[in-house]
Design a protein around this ligand. Structure first.
Ligand SMILES: C[S@@+](CC[C@H](N)C(=O)[O-])C[C@H]1O[C@@H](n2cnc3c(N)ncnc32)[C@H](O)[C@@H]1O
Length: 343
């Protein structure tokens, strides 16, 4: 039986005070910070204005800020923003100018009328847009439609680099595994490269749902076996190619999507132990990685280099490519492919 999907927690009972556009957003934001709960009663835009004011008051450091600053902001923003509710009636956001959020109908079969934090309603609606439109992956040649709560890459360089590596791969193509498959892109790349069996696992059930739906959309579904599992899942026999684009930084996991960004103590140790047991003779472990950990967390031992220093694996090849900076920003970030073999 598939695991329950992650979804924003429905608010079934509350004592939130009604609020509308007649209250200045700055005032409403201040009330949220004081611990008051508010229910927007007129327009969705009223809720968005209040959230914008809250971001200003809590000094949102922006996307380009470092981990610590972003985390501190989120720790303050999240509890306050959760107290700003939107009414849901008939599984729709019952406010003027509310965006479509088709996931409400999919994720709440057990409730019709409830409330959701405006922030969650906003996330559900933009997730629905991504899901409907899909994201074009040049490495695949088609669009991938990520289900709500599934990690989707914001850039393509690392996928292209993996494609470059895969095109040169000369090893056996009987069985491959993509650990932490997310939207399934690496598994789909391997299936396209002719692997007879590709296993794709993820600890996030929404990712497994996402890839299952993607496979149903394709005219000819590739031979990808999905498993909701921690890392490797069930043993199906020796694996020629173990691939993972793991979380790139160490950190606390709060929301589901944090699982895509941050690893915790023991993650890589378990990964290497299992790799030693599961790898076929002559097999390879390939990480899709980045130097972001060296740039932003220089004190954290490098999770791949530390293992190489331990001497159980050797580095066969490392490919790197610069990341295209976003407009107006410089970056020293590079994406990397690390190919390891058992010593
Ligand atoms: C950086 S994302 C990569 C997703 C996808 N492979 C890609 O390249 O776009 C990391 C993924 O690993 C998953 N993940 C994190 N911890 C995991 C674990 N212990 N076992 C399986 N998957 C895990 C996350 O849910 C997320 O989907």
């Amino acid at each position: 039986m598939p695991a329950a999907l992650h979804r924003p927690e429905p608010v079934l009972r509350h004592r939130a005070e009604p609020i509308d556009q007649h209250v200045p957003p700055e005032q409403a934001a201040a009330w949220l910070r004081e611990g008051r709960s508010l229910l927007v009663t007129d327009r969705f835009g009223t809720g968005l204005d209040i959230l914008a004011a809250l971001r200003v008051q809590l000094e949102d450091p922006g996307e380009s800020a470092g981990y610590v600053a972003k985390r501190a902001f989120r720790d303050a923003f999240q509890p306050a923003s959760k107290r700003l509710l939107a009414p849901i009636v008939g599984r729709k956001v019952a406010l003027a100018d509310a965006p479509r959020a088709g996931f409400l109908a999919e994720l709440y079969p057990d409730h019709t009328d409830f409330a959701l934090p405006v922030e969650d309603a906003k996330i559900l609606s933009s997730a629905w847009d991504w899901y409907e439109q899909g994201v074009h992956f040049p490495v695949l040649g088609y669009r991938v439609h990520p289900f709500y709560g599934t990690y989707i890459p914001a850039r393509m360089e690392h996928l292209e680099l993996f494609g470059t590596w895969l095109a040169k791969y000369k090893g056996a193509r009987d069985r491959a595994i993509d650990i932490g498959t997310g939207s399934g892109v690496l598994a789909l790349q391997m299936a396209k490269a002719g692997f007879k069996q590709v296993i794709a696992t993820d600890i996030n059930p929404n990712a497994i749902e996402s890839v299952a739906r993607q496979l149903r959309r394709l005219p000819t579904a590739p031979a990808i076996e999905l498993e909701h599992a921690d890392q490797f899942g069930a043993d199906r026999g020796p694996i020629d190619l173990i691939v993972s684009n793991p979380p790139w930084m160490k950190g606390e996991v709060g929301r589901t999507l944090d699982l895509a960004m941050y690893f915790q103590d023991g993650f890589f140790e378990r990964f290497y132990e299992q790799s030693l047991q599961r790898l076929a003779p002559g097999g390879r472990v390939v990480f899709v990685f980045s130097n972001i950990i060296e740039l932003s967390q220089p004190d954290v031992p490098h999770p791949i280099q530390t293992e190489l220093d331990r001497g159980r694996f050797r580095l066969v090849e490392k490919l790197t490519r610069r990341v295209k900076p976003s407009p107006g920003r410089r970056t020293r970030e590079k994406v990397e492919i690390w190919e390891l073999a058992v010593v």
